[in-house]
Design a protein around this ligand. Structure first.
Ligand code: SF4
Ligand code: SF4
Length: 333
């Protein structure tokens, strides 16, 4: 009975529609495969946790970030936050239009946004790293859009890591895309993301996520609660008022208004990555030099290179190999 209202649909039609609606990249992952391979088995976040009926396929959408703001060097430039927030908003609209179109074809669908976290997992600690409902980076790899890099950021052949992601779940009988087998990341012999990272939070296929969050979300919930705590503790009403009128307070207010500086923030690791068809032609002239480079970071990278050359498998790579792919460094050994 229901099938009468379901138009025949191919994967190509769905991806073409996503591109027409504004996505720059689109791929389709198999929800059952993702259920069987949660990126963090101790805290699995699977498509089937989000919908019992409509999570058979995960359609992953990517929209590129502006290159003009990528060419601005300071990580904490508000133009960067604001432009990225607009890209997220535009992709959310694309995702919503795609959901409505799929439903017109007879397939109920829902959006998994990149920044919404599961409130049931919040433990009362604003500084704790909170993950979104589904890892869209891992979903993007399963959908054939790219592979993960040294700091576990998504790398794509066209735009490198300079994309924002969204996903649509539905159970239309669509042919899934295959994963890329070879890593796009150049490994520690590149290491530009590590050298540029202002928080120095990048390891060997690993990232200190809570430390990164202070930069990725510089005016987020942790900073808001810290600021308000300091206001409460400040003796004297005049001093409290002065804090409420301060630049820090102004930045928090601006960020709450639009989400820029909350759902967007540092992306120096994305800016400087040489992977992507856009890098050489449009970015290298501005980004080749890395002012955040230090002898300590260089020494750490050299140690990683030595480890890779000896054929050692760092724990971060072992845990994420499915999504990182086969590395050129390791193949040479
Ligand atoms: S977002 Fe910023 S702090 Fe986090 S890993 Fe990238 S460069 Fe480092
Ligand atoms: S900057 Fe280099 S090491 Fe880092 S993710 Fe990109 S290719 Fe890999």
């Amino acid at each position: 009975m229901v099938a009468v209202y379901q138009a025949p649909l191919t994967s190509e039609q769905v991806k073409q529609k996503a591109l027409e609606l504004g996505a720059d990249l689109a791929g389709i992952a198999d929800g059952a495969v993702m259920n069987d391979h949660p990126p963090d088995p101790e805290h699995p976040r699977r498509p089937s946790d989000l919908s019992d009926f409509d999570a058979g396929r995960v359609i992953v959408l990517a929209r590129r970030l502006n290159l003009g703001t990528t060419r601005i060097l300071p990580w904490d430039e508000r133009h960067k936050y604001y432009n990225d927030e607009l890209a997220i908003t535009a992709l959310e609209e694309t995702a919503l239009e795609l959901v409505l179109w799929l439903e017109d074809q007879g397939y109920p669908a829902l959006i998994v946004p990149p920044s919404h976290v599961d409130p049931w997992r919040y433990q009362g600690d604003p500084g704790e790293h909170r993950s979104p409902l589904l890892s869209l980076e891992h979903a993007a790899v399963e959908a054939g859009l790219g592979t993960l890099g040294l700091n576990l950021q998504l790398l794509t052949p066209r735009f490198g890591p300079r994309v924002t992601l969204s996903a649509v779940l539905c159970s239309a009988p669509l042919e899934p895309d295959g994963r890329m087998e070879q890593a796009l990341c150049l490994g520690p012999s590149c290491g530009r993301c590590l050298l540029a990272c202002p928080g120095d939070v990048i390891g060997h296929f690993a990232r200190d996520w809570p430390a990164c969050d202070r930069y990725r979300s510089p005016h987020g919930f942790a900073q808001l609660t810290e600021f308000l705590g300091r206001v409460i503790e400040e003796p004297g009403k005049e001093a409290q008022k002065k804090m409420l009128r301060s630049e820090e307070s102004f930045n928090l207010w601006q960020s709450i208004l639009r989400g820029s500086g909350v759902v967007t923030g540092c992306r120096r690791c994305q800016d400087v990555c040489p992977v992507g068809g856009d890098y050489e032609a449009l970015l290298a002239d501005a980004l080749e030099e890395i002012p955040e480079r230090t002898p300590e970071k260089e020494a750490r990278l050299a140690a990683m290179e030595k480890e890779a050359a000896a054929g050692a498998e760092p724990p971060g790579y072992h845990a994420q190999r499915r999504w990182i792919g086969e590395l050129p460094d390791r193949e040479e050994t």
